[in-house]
Design a protein around this ligand. Structure first.
Ligand SMILES: Nc1ncnc2c1ncn2[C@@H]1O[C@H](COP(=O)(O)OP(=O)(O)OP(=O)(O)O)[C@@H](O)[C@H]1O
Ligand SMILES: [Mg+2]
Length: 329
């Protein structure tokens, strides 16, 4: 059922976030795929004049291809709700929850997920010098959470609301913590100092509530940073991931449960590290607007399941709606 075939589709891309360039790539790839499938689609570069542009373009439905703050965090979703323009993917709540790792991890623990131990720095409540001094004085080399949560080195320092590993870094000793914190604070006033989990990095795409085959990510540099994510040949991708069947089933169940628990729609991608001995999946995050260039992770997983890039984009588009609309009754 092609509800949007004879309607005007706006592919929203660009935006204000640090992932703007990635979004332009996602948007162009989606736009071309939709055109190949016969949709009347146009690209919209989202800037400060978005409201005027949306008014002028008179679109019937929006395919959101924005990444990071303002596009993936509920802001644009709220604008489209207000304008009553149906849009792809998750609504305001799921988008906002998924974007904020510190908040999501609180919920994740209640859902029984394994989440790396972490300390959240929030610059609204403490200054950075005070935070660092507290860690030095009270805890010495081992960083400790007041409620007996020990976080030992190495740690990963990452902004709570950011993507593409931007301003995230691995820290192996206390003396390097300040530089990493200062860098992460460029993205967000909330920063996670999180236990570094050694193991296999695995990602699971979920499409309309159902998990696609898992992908094991093997960055040649050893850290899946911005460079490893977007440089051709810098990372190997293995499908399905090289873990036991039991572990694959666990990854699938957790991914589908999180997708549903926070009310995601359309496509999302759940990132994990699986430790080698116990094969325990540690939950890192869920992305509600994952990269969608033809070589991105979600299209790779879809292709492995026999879903072409065009069919993937079409499925996501056809699921567009407003957040309270009943599509399945
Ligand atoms: N606790 C951890 N232990 C080990 N590695 C981690 C941990 N947290 C993050 N990483 C590494 O850092 C990368 C970026 O972390 P994460 O996925 O949480 O943030 P992101 O910037 O939102 O990424 P994305 O590009 O998926 O949006 C991960 O892909 C992983 O390689
Ligand atoms: Mg990630």
């Amino acid at each position: 059922m092609a509800k949007w075939k004879n309607k005007k589709v706006g592919v929203l891309m660009g935006g204000f976030s640090r992932e703007r360039e990635i979004s332009l790539k996602t948007g162009s790839a989606v736009l071309e795929a939709l055109k190949r499938s016969g949709y009347n689609a146009a690209g919209i570069d989202c800037g400060a004049d978005l409201m005027e542009v949306l008014g002028a373009e008179n679109i019937d439905v929006a395919f959101i291809a924005l990444h990071g703050p303002y596009g993936e965090d509920g802001c644009i979703q709220g604008v489209l709700e207000w304008l009553r323009i149906p849009y792809t993917g998750s609504g305001v709540l799921a988008s906002a929850l998924a974007m904020d790792k510190a908040v999501l991890n609180h919920l994740g623990r209640d859902l029984g997920l394994h989440i790396p131990k972490e300390i959240v720095f929030d610059c609204r409540y403490e200054t950075l010098p005070a935070f660092l001094k507290r860690l030095h004085q009270e805890f010495g080399l081992a960083i400790r959470q007041p409620k007996s949560e020990n976080v030992g080195f190495p740690v990963i320092v990452k902004p709570s609301r950011e993507g593409s590993s931007i301003n995230a870094s691995i820290v192996r000793e206390l003396s390097n913590l300040e530089t990493a914190m200062t860098q992460a604070l460029q993205s967000d006033c909330k920063v996670l100092v999180q236990e570094f989990i050694s193991g296999k990095e695995i990602t699971v795409a979920v499409l309309n509530g159902k998990a696609l085959p898992s992908i094991e990510i093997v960055p040649k540099s050893g850290f899946y940073n911005f460079q490893s994510k977007y440089t051709q040949g810098a990372t190997d991708y293995l499908l399905p991931a090289r873990v036991s069947k039991v572990c694959l089933e666990k990854l699938r169940d957790i991914s589908e449960n999180v997708f549903r628990a926070i009310d995601c729609k359309g496509v999302a991608r759940v990132d994990f590290i699986v430790n080698p001995v116990a094969e325990e999946p540690y939950f890192l995050e869920i992305n509600t607007i994952p990269g969608m260039t033809e070589t991105s992770l979600v299209p790779k997983a879809a292709a492995h399941a026999g879903i072409s890039f065009e069919a993937l984009c079409e499925t996501i588009l056809e699921g567009a709606g407003l957040q309270n609309s009943a599509t399945n009754i």
